[in-house]
Design a protein around this ligand. Sequence first.
Ligand code: ADP
Ligand code: MG
Length: 231
Amino acid sequence: MTEAVIELKDVSLRLGEGASSVHVLKGISLEVARGEATGIVGPSGSGKSTLLMVLAGLERIDSGTVRIAGELLNGKSEDQIASFRGRNIGIVFQSFHLIPNMTALENVAVPLELAGHADPFSVAERELAAVGLSDRVTHYPGELSGGEQQRVAIARALAPSPRILIADEPTGNLDQATGRQVADLLFAKAAERGMTLVLVTHDPSLAARCSRQVSMRSGLIEDARLLKVTA
Ligand code: ADP
Ligand code: MG
């Protein structure tokens, strides 16, 4: 096996307070090799989104270990994790999460600018061109179709050149044809740039395009299947 870029060992997490808290992740162990595309499937409420939040360092775990790109996230401060995430992890959400009063260009450039990038607007322009949106840079999210908004979100996720791209049902708000184009784009960009892709999806055809499929049920990994051997 090539180098594991994601390594979870026995990860457990409860969410909510006191008697009404929910044991959301009940002992998840998972290794993902660099450059692999992993599809996470499973019923609603099985813990898929929470698992992605853990991978992104956006949710603290109660026990177990999370090692991303060789670095142990347990024990790091919020600031350290935020800076680690900025350099290593890009995230794409089902509902795009663009900032409505910023243009497409600003949505991509501003996070880079905040991270101290030397030339955020040139990079943003290049990334929007790479997702086929050169003619939409000055548009606001409300002036773009769903597929275009998701492509802006992908450009934003790709712009800092993260090693890992995380996507939570990225085609869930799109019609089938548009969803397919967005999925093609995600897979193409991840492959082109050697990024590791972790994707949650309800769409079996999308999961089938991943090199590995992980099924979750009730906070546990039920089954992990290797679909294709990646180089
Ligand atoms: P999925 O993405 O597979 O649909 P989630 O990871 O969103 O599942 O949620 C898994 C479970 O955790 C669900 O039962 C959900 O109700 C519960 N959950 C999520 N967030 C919280 C929270 N903040 N407090 C309590 N329970 C939560
Ligand atoms: Mg979810």
